[in-house]
Structures are given as C-alpha cells and as structure tokens.
Write a protein that binds this ligand. Structure first.
Ligand SMILES: [Fe+2]
Ligand SMILES: [Fe+2]
Length: 533
C-alpha cells in the first residue's frame, strides 16, 4: 500500500486538476519510499525538489483558472497555496543545507495538507465556480418575424462528479441544478425563455421546483404515457406558474384533457406528411395553445408553416442561416470591409478618419458608442480620431466586425445570425486565451470567428472576403481550409454550433483543450453576448 492512496474520493471530475493531483500523490509516495535515506542521498534530494516544483506549478495553474473564472473565493484559496509553498520551500532549503532530515512528521504534514486541501478547498472550487459542468447546446426558437424569442437547451456533461450518477433522472436533475447554480441560466438565455426536456421521473419530482418558472418551458417528451397522474401533475405545474410544451407531437384525442393546460405544441415537420400536419393544426385550433414548427430546414417549409398559422419556429434554417436568402453586400458592408482592411494594415489615423467619413451613419454610431463606454473622459468625444484614441484600435476593429452583421435588415440584437456570429467569435477568442501553449492570438481568433460567419449573411464567398482584407496567413488558412491552429479552433466552434459533441471532443483533444475549458469559454461567450444586447 502506498503512503497516500489515490481513490475515487479525490476525483474532482475535472481532468486537468485530477491529473495534477495524481502526480502530486505519486511524488509524495516516492518521497515516502526514500524515507530513511540521508539528506545527502541524491535521489531523495531530487524527489524533494520535484515535489516542491510541481506543487508550485500546479498552484499557479489552478490559480490561473480561478482568475479566469472569477471564482469568488480565489484570494483565500491562493493564500492557502502560498502558506503551503512557504513551509515546503523552507523545508527544502534546510534539507539541502543538511539542517533537517526527512521525518515522519514532515511526511504526515504533506499528506494531510494535500488530502485536506483537495477534499475541501479544491472541491469547493470545482463545485462553486460552476465552470466545470456542462456544455450547453442552444437552438434558437423564432417568432413569425424571425426574431429569437426562446432557446431549446441541450446539455452535455463533460464528465464531472455529478454526472457519474447512474440513475438517469438523478442525472437530469443534477444537470439542471448545476446549470442553474453554476452556469447561470440568464447568461445563456438573456431575457428569453428556455425549453428544457424533462423525463417523467423528474417531472414528478419536487426537484422540478428549482426551475425558475418565469423563464422555463418544460417540454414533455412524446414517449410519456397519458395517465391520470400525469394529467394531475401537469395541472399542478401549470397552476403553479410553469409553462408546458408537448414535444414532437401529433394531434390525438387521447391528449384532449392534457391540451387544456398545454401552452405550446411542437410539431415535427420530419415526422408527418403535410396533409397530416394540416389536419393536426385544425384540431389544435380548438385549444388556446401556440404551435411551434420543429425541424424547419428550408425556406419553403418555413413558408408552408407560416401560412398554416404556426406561431413559433425552430430548425436548421435558423440555426444555420446559410440556407436563408442571402443578400448582396450593400454600400455600408463594403465600407466596413474597407475599414477592416485599413485597421488590419495599421493604417494612418487620417486614412481611417476619411473612411469613416464616407459612412455618416457609422460615424454617428461609433461616437454614440464611445460616449457611452468612454468612462473617465471628461469631454464629449466628437471626432473619429478621439474615438480611436479612447477605444483603441483593437476595440474599433472588433466593433467594425460586429457592425458587418448588425447592418442586416433584421433588427440587430434578436437576429439569430448576429447571435451565432457573436457567440462563435467570443468563444474562439476565449479558447485562444485559455489554450495552454498560448500560441493563438485572441484577437485573430475573434476575427476568424466573425469572418467565418460572414458568408452566411452576404452573397459573398470566403475567398472574396479574404481577398478584400489584408489578413494574416494563419487567419487566411483557417478561413479557407480549416487548417493550422486557428483553423482547428474554428472547426471546434462550428462543431459546437452544430451540437456535434462527440466530434467536438476529438477536436478539442487535438487542440489540447479540455471539455471543461471549452465549457468555461462557452460560458464567457454567452455572458458577453448577453451584455451586448
Ligand atoms: Fe488548490
Ligand atoms: Fe489543487
């Protein structure tokens, strides 16, 4: 038996932390094996050094993650690390000088500190930072004017402690609880509603009350059997303020009683033929519920459902807007691309100013922005030159990139395309920041994310975009071939958009980014996006 055995209770469910901790354990066990050797023993000296060095390395890494996630108790956690580092460094020094030898007292201190710290402080960090739990798939739900009104949420565990439970309903409950407490539903949803699928067990369970009624629509799976208990439960939930939806549903007289308190019926376009859908819609009209068309994939299907009077729409047509009618790039789009080119080339201020002058609307918006965010400047900003000085070129560049989307006909903030592009760009930027080797420029990652979405809005090929801008080689390569580090990052972001979680895992592995880190980046992207609207 080892001096300190690694067992399940030390598993925090966060791979990079667990890996570090296992190494610390094995170094401590090495130390124990050499216990009794004299302080002049070369092997023992080297093990002491390795343990001290590795502990410091691990602490620095852990603290970096805490800073990144704004973990509330990070200062206290850091001081625990520092206290330990001081003690072991002193011991290391005395040991090297031959003033102290490795005693059982020292070994016990190391063992107790390490296991205590992992089981209390590190575990507390994992549970309360909320950064390590789930990747969230989000598919927009739109109204008749193609504005986002809600999202359906899908959760994918990244293998955390709570996901190791065997009972599926318990797992769903854990997912929901963790999402609400950790991820922050409002970050993901903004002011919109979230549709969440519930299994029967959870539907019947009191845990359901943890969901914020105003913001959640409970989806009842099509596999649910209509029983008096189910009807009673739904009536209770409805009377308590929840909204209810039926998933993948076709009209059936069996459900009549349930229809009375259902808010939304989701009709899957793939599952029924059109005649059947038309009939169903007629029957549903007897009840006050809204109709949602699911799996809308073409403009023609969207039109068909609009004419039938559907209220809400969901499907790849909106999640992947490339299929929607694109438009030619208008004047302001061309000006914006020109501006972006100048910014990429680090053009002179005078050139930038004259480019802005060609676009009075844009200049106005920029001045509005800088006067809003330019905190600390006493005088009102009146010129482009001043605006650039206050915001900095990078901020302006970022803003110009986003403006390319906002100039779309649809109102900016609820346009699913702006939503997707902004989240993707910010996700990539954060992935670049957290990439361990630090090889990617966050600014380039943001730009790659934005530009990759541009062809979805405009009738313009990616080659044309690339030709019009002075892009760095790696951005160019990423956009046209999905090659290089940035290309891989972009591909990962695309997989996340498409909710292809299993492929995403492989891609992240190639990038040496853990799923937990990706989760954290996604969370930050959602928060940032929420702040924009
Ligand atoms: Fe720690
Ligand atoms: Fe730790």
């Amino acid at each position: 038996m080892a001096f300190l055995d690694w067992d399940e209770k030390f598993e925090l469910g966060v791979k990079h932390l667990d890996d570090h901790h296992k190494i610390l354990f094995s170094l401590l066990n090495d130390l124990f094996e050499n216990f009794g050797e004299s302080s002049a023993d070369a092997l023992l000296i080297s093990v002491v050094d390795q343990l001290v060095d590795y502990a410091k390395y691990h602490f620095a890494a852990e603290e970096k993650w805490m800073d990144f996630s704004d973990y509330a108790e990070r200062l206290q956690h850091r001081s625990e690390h520092e206290g330990f580092a001081v003690i072991v460094s002193e011991f290391q020094h005395d040991f090297q000088q031959g003033k102290k030898c490795l005693s059982m007292e020292v070994l016990s201190f190391l063992k107790n500190w390490l296991s205590d710290h992992i089981l209390k402080s590190d575990l507390n960090y994992v549970i309360n930072s909320g950064d390590f739990k789930y990747l969230i798939g989000r598919q927009p739900i739109l109204d008749r004017s193609k504005e986002i009104v809600a999202y359906e949420l899908l959760f994918r565990s990244t293998g955390s402690i709570v996901a190791n439970v065997t009972d599926p309903s318990q797992a769903t409950a854990s997912v929901i609880i963790n999402t609400l407490t950790g991820f922050g539903l409002s970050d993901i949803l903004g002011k919109h509603k979230g549709f969440i699928n519930l299994e029967l067990e959870l539907l019947m369970d009191d845990a359901v009350n943890i969901l914020p009624k105003e913001q959640v629509v409970i989806e009842l799976l099509e596999t649910l059997e209509v029983t008096p208990e189910l009807i009673a439960r739904c009536r209770f939930l409805k009377n308590n303020g929840f909204s209810l939806a039926l998933d993948d549903h076709e009209y059936s007289p069996m459900y009549r009683e349930l229809y009375e308190f259902i808010d939304i019926v989701k009709v899957d376009l793939m599952q029924s033929d059109r005649a059947r859908i038309e009939e169903s819609v007629k029957e549903f009209r007897a009840f006050p519920m809204k109709l949602l068309a699911e799996k809308v994939e073409t403009q023609e299907e969207f039109q068909f459902c609009l004419e039938l009077g559907f209220d809400l729409f969901q499907g790849y047509l909106f999640a992947k807007p490339a299929i929607m009618a694109k438009k030619r790039m208008n004047e302001s789009g061309v000006t914006l691309l020109g501006l972006l080119k100048l910014l990429n080339e680090d053009a002179e201020l005078s050139e930038l100013e004259s480019a802005f002058k060609g676009e009075p609307g844009l200049t106005y918006k920029l001045l509005l922005l800088v006067n809003t965010v330019g905190v600390g400047t006493r005088n009102k900003i009146g010129t482009i030159g001043q605006a650039i000085a206050v915001l900095g070129r990078n901020q302006i560049k970022r803003w110009v990139q986003l403006a390319l989307f906002a100039s779309d006909d649809q109102s900016g903030s609820e346009n699913p395309l702006v939503d997707m592009a902004a989240v993707r760009a910010c996700f990539m930027e954060n992935m670049a920041i957290c990439h361990q080797a630090g090889t990617f420029s966050p600014e380039k990652a943001f730009m790659t994310g934005i530009l990759s979405s541009l062809t979805d809005v405009y009738d313009i090929s990616i080659d044309e975009v690339v030709r019009q801008l002075s892009l760095a080689d790696d951005v160019h390569e990423a956009l046209t071939e999905r090659q290089g580090g940035l290309g891989k990052l972009l591909y990962a972001a695309e997989l996340l958009d498409e909710m292809k979680f299993s492929h995403l895992g492989e891609q992240l592995e190639q990038l040496s980014i853990s799923l937990d880190d990706a989760c954290m980046c996604q969370k930050r992207a959602y928060s940032w996006r929420k702040g924009m609207s």
